[in-house]
Design a protein around this ligand. Structure first.
Ligand code: AMP
Ligand code: TRP
Length: 335
């Protein structure tokens, strides 16, 4: 993994909880694939983050989900010959760096995070890991001298705080960390639920509400049902001027999946009933999801393949993680 002067280093990750959704694909994974062509790319399955809500899944499910998410990375087009794919908990440096960063992070910064506020409201008792979630995320990013972090819009605040934490450490102990930047797609950065276009499509809502999301591993019948039942509005025909959030969500999904410009998409659906829009969205989704499912089955059936990919991934980035960890420790007078 040698980095030429033109390349930037790209890092991102997804938590192995729930079933990866169309929102994950559009907001994150499809962007990752395009970065592989010009940049040095590192993609992580962030399993340690799942412990921030400790009883959200059982240990057996967690183990199975980690494997599933690696399989989906591969199936979506992350190529282990071009990108590093690894599992966060296989690299002890993430938690080690997270401690150094915890100590320089003001408590108030963490308490103000929107995701903490919304997640903590839903829990009866909160582990301190949930509060410190963004520090572990900062460690993931800073450990690899990351330039760019491609994510959906909901992660913008977390990347900004990673940058603030890096700056604070650099200010206290001298230049140590490279400052990362979020890359948010212009279109599709926030795909909404099919059942409720005011809520972001999310893996966790999908676990308790059918009709909310298309899961990348859902069968065709379920996908059709979800899309054809999508909430639109009481009007009969498509028109952009008074399109409701549900209609705009369907339009955005159509545009990004078929790489169609807004003007062309509007011309296609103008004056036609919503059934037409939904049918075209369904076909566009299947065109993307069917080959992903086929490849997923192949990769997950090949004995040892997924395990080898993540083992080689972790080995290849160990020297970089060790170097950054050593310099962070040395900056503080340790190590
Ligand atoms: P998560 O499901 O929270 O682990 O998110 C993994 C990645 O997918 C992050 O980069 C998120 O910003 C992105 N993502 C999740 N849900 C959506 C969505 N509904 N629309 C766009 N991006 C999303
Ligand atoms: N918090 C991210 C999410 O829920 C997952 C994540 C953890 C991440 N570490 C990261 C994303 C580092 C990008 C970079 O989507």
């Amino acid at each position: 993994m040698t980095k030429t002067s033109k390349q930037l280093r790209v890092f991102s990750g997804v938590q192995p909880t729930g079933n990866l959704t169309l929102g994950n694909y559009i907001g994150a994974l499809s962007q990752w694939v395009t970065h592989q062509a010009d940049n040095e790319t590192i993609f992580c399955v962030v399993d340690l983050h799942t412990l921030t809500i400790p009883d959200s899944i059982s240990p057996q499910e967690r183990r199975q989900k980690i494997r599933e998410v690696v399989g989906l990375y591969l199936a979506c087009g992350i190529d282990p010959k071009k990108s590093v794919i690894f599992v966060q908990s296989h690299m002890k440096q993430h938690t080690e760096l997270a401690w150094l960063l915890t100590c320089v992070t003001p408590l108030g910064w963490m308490e103000r995070m929107t995701q903490f506020k919304s997640k903590s409201h839903k829990q009866e008792s909160i582990g301190s890991g949930l509060l410190m979630y963004p520090v572990l995320q900062a460690a993931d990013i800073l450990l690899y001298e990351t330039d760019l972090v491609p994510v959906g819009e909901d992660q913008k605040q977390h990347i900004e705080i990673a940058c603030d934490i890096a700056q604070r450490f650099n200010h206290l102990f001298g230049e140590t960390f490279r400052l990362p930047k979020a890359v948010i797609p212009k279109s599709g950065a926030r795909i909404m639920g099919f059942d409720d276009p005011t809520a972001k499509m999310s893996k966790s809502i999908a676990q308790v509400k059918s009709g909310h999301a298309v899961g990348l591993l859902d069968d065709e019948k379920a996908i059709k049902k979800t899309i054809m039942s999508a909430v639109t509005d009481s009007k009969q025909e498509f028109s952009l001027e008074d399109a409701s959030p549900g209609v705009l969500n369907l339009l955005t999904i159509y545009e990004v999946l078929t790489k169609t410009a807004r003007e062309d998409a509007v011309n296609r659906f103008n004056g036609k009933g919503y059934g037409h829009l939904k049918k075209d969205v369904f076909e566009a989704v299947m065109e993307v999801v069917a080959p992903i499912q086929q490849r997923y089955l192949q990769y997950s059936a090949e004995p040892g393949f997924i395990e080898d990919v993540v083992k080689e991934g972790a080995e290849s980035i160990t020297p970089l993680a060790d170097k950054v960890m050593r310099s962070a420790l040395q900056a503080t007078g340790m190590g």
